[in-house]
Structures are given as C-alpha cells and as structure tokens.
Design a protein around this ligand. Structure first.
Ligand SMILES: [Zn+2]
Length: 271
C-alpha cells in the first residue's frame, strides 16, 4: 500500500513506526549491506536522541510515519549517519526518499511558522488541516510550495532537444530548462518567458508532460514539452553556461533517473 498522507493515525495503523529524523536538512539512516534504511522502531528510547518537532504525517503499508528533528550539534547514534537526501537516491528505496522529502518540507514549515509573519504573535496549530493560524490577526500559514515549470524544447525539423548547462548545476551535466512561476503568470506564459529569457528562443504547442514534487527545498516541478519555432540560441550568462541542440545518439551527461528532467529527456530518446 502506498504512502497515505494524514493528520492523525487512522484505524488499522499500528506500531512499529518509521521515524524520519533530520539534523538540519540531513536524514538519519543506517546501512544494511550497501542499502540505506530508515529507523523502524517501536520505542524511541532505542535511539537515545533528544527529538523536537515530532509529528505524525501519514502511514506506509499501515505503519505510522513520524518526522522529527534534532539540534545541529547532535551526533548520530552508533552505526547511523545523517545524510543529505540527494546523496541517498541510489541507496534508499525511492518511495522512502520521497516520503522523507515531504517530512523535510513539513519540518521546515513548522520551524519557520512558529510566529505570525504579519503581527509577530505565536501561531496555533490547526488540528484538521496542516495550517498555522495567527490567533491575533487570523493570518493562515500553509506549508510553502513553489511552482516551477520545466520544459523539453524540441526542434521537430532536426529531431533535436535543447539542453543547457546551468550556472547553478552542481556538476557538468546538461538538462532541460526550468524556472519559477512569477505571481500573476500562468504556466504557459512562464514556459514562453523562461525559454526566451534563458536561451532567446520562441516556442509553441506547449503540452503538459507530468509533474513532480521536488523538496529541494519546496518546489513543485510542472513538466511540459514545447516545439521550437524561431530564434537563435543566445544564453543568459547569469543562468546558463552553455545551451545547445542534441540528437538522441549525441547526448551530453544528463541528470539522474530520479528527476522529471531525466524523464523528459528519456521520453525524447524513446519517441
Ligand atoms: Zn498575526
């Protein structure tokens, strides 16, 4: 049974439980052979950790899932480690990785909404939905989600895809273009603007591809395909080191399989 997101344990959810414990942005894991695992326990004293912000947030296969965090100076229990989520994608089961991503977003939300951003009064936790309420001015604070478009620009005539190496990429790979949605903008407008700004090209036939939560730190990636129509590549040097057209059999290093960017590129390769 997949992960079920809920505020309180429902009927049939029982111990032991998964415990997603963070130190800053790093998740507590242990290794069995070369695979990473999440603590699955019935008694928190087994871990001997001082945990704050413990909250239930859903169940996996009818086992409860809790998250919590420890202060930045805490050492991991013997045989365990705090590791960044990005570094875990090849060694931790993918479903657990995405659940950990949800947990991390909720912890960050809980920590940063202790006080009302408008009037400074201490907020209260709603018990029915995940929102903090200011008892003084009524301001609602939902967990922040930042929508971003990601687009595979295709040249139908030459059967090539546009890929770029961004200035903020952690390594030398090339990927499809992406950017955050601006206030007041719809997704198609965002696709056109980002492609124009980043590489100077114009597109049409913008079609939905799929979406992916991307908890680094709180994005929702909304994927599209679009056809190149006109323009010469001219990169925005603040954002892009290099951009170019690539055929299926001539691809540069591309992102890991976990990302929707890779799913768009894989779609291009198999179509
Ligand atoms: Zn307030």
């Amino acid at each position: 049974m997949p992960f079920k997101y809920e505020m309180k344990p429902s009927l049939g959810v029982f111990s032991p439980y998964y415990y997603f414990i963070f130190r800053k942005n790093d998740l507590l894991v242990f290794f069995e052979k070369s695979r990473a695992a999440i603590p699955f326990i019935s008694d928190i004293t087994e871990l001997n950790l001082d945990i704050i912000r413990k909250q239930y947030f859903g169940s996996l296969d009818n086992y409860p899932c809790y998250f919590g965090e420890v202060s930045p100076d805490i050492e991991p229990p013997k045989g365990m480690a705090f590791l960044g989520l990005r570094s875990l994608y090849e060694v931790l089961e993918e479903e657990l990785l995405w659940i950990a991503g949800r947990a991390l977003q909720l912890i960050n939300w809980d920590r940063t909404t202790q006080y009302c951003g408008s009037c400074g009064v201490r907020t209260e936790v709603n018990t029915k939905e995940r929102v903090k309420i200011c008892p003084s001015c009524g301001l609602l604070n939902y967990p922040r989600i930042s929508p971003a478009i990601i687009v595979g620009v295709i040249n139908q005539k030459s059967n090539q895809i546009l890929l770029a190496n961004g200035t903020r990429f952690p390594s030398n790979f090339y990927s499809v273009l992406a950017g955050f949605v601006e206030p007041g903008e719809n997704l198609e407008e965002c696709v056109r603007r980002e492609v124009k700004e980043e590489v100077g090209l114009e597109v049409e036939n913008i079609t939905y591809f799929g979406s992916q939560a991307w908890p680094f730190p709180d994005s929702l990636m909304i994927g599209f395909l679009a056809d190149y129509t006109r323009g010469e590549i001219s990169v925005d040097e603040a954002e892009i080191n290099d951009a170019n057209w690539f055929t299926k059999d001539n691809l540069p290093p591309i992102p890991s399989k976990i990302s929707i960017a890779r799913k768009i590129i894989d779609w291009f390769v198999t179509n």
